[in-house]
Design a protein around this ligand. Sequence first.
Ligand code: C5P
Length: 227
Amino acid sequence: DKKITIAIDGYSSTGKSTVAKQLAKELGYIYVDTGAMYRAVTLYVMRKLFVTDTNFDEESILRHLPFINLKFVFDEELGHGEIYLNKENVEKEIRLLEVSKHVSKVSALPKVREMLVKLQKEMGKDKGVVMDGRDIGTVVFPDADLKIFMTASTEKRAERRYKELMEKGENISYDEILENVKERDYLDTTRKDSPLRKADDAIEVDNSNMSLEEQYEKVVKLAKDKI
Ligand code: C5P
């Protein structure tokens, strides 16, 4: 079997990472969650600079970038990697709504993207990789062997995210999540540098009315057809 590169892009909370993780496991590939990388950078500058909507100083953020070290460490038991920010496992903390609220603004900075895209290209250079994000099929691996673009209705996505965060014990309202999903969609699709869009050669999968198993089956079939 030849090793291929699989790019999975789409809006927030479409379930990209769940499917991507499972697919990588099945194929014995590396899984890279690029959203986790943008989230970890955001967490770092939030801690250092108390970044908020009104306290957002691009210059200071950029000055901190050289001090950020990101790494995925594979966890045998989980079957996938977890993200480490300067040697600290931040997998849980980066999923908090506080981080989701600021991540799209930090991700829009070209210097941040440049730094992370470089790392992502390096991680996928030997192929045998499933990478999910917003710009994988358009910018990181424009020559990916398989590109999938996941979509679902805004309400469905907010509902899923709400359930997920409730299960983790975060105390937030559905409306707050819906608002965050809409806001991130808007910022991610309208930013100047690498906006979220479907690559011309990507296959669109609308999973509004699909179960996880159905999505997974569909994606595995698409991948196996290419290998
Ligand atoms: O995938 P996830 O929802 O965790 O991504 C969080 C945020 O990181 C996105 O809303 C987007 O602003 C940013 N992101 C990005 N490019 C990627 C992956 C994520 O700009 N490749």
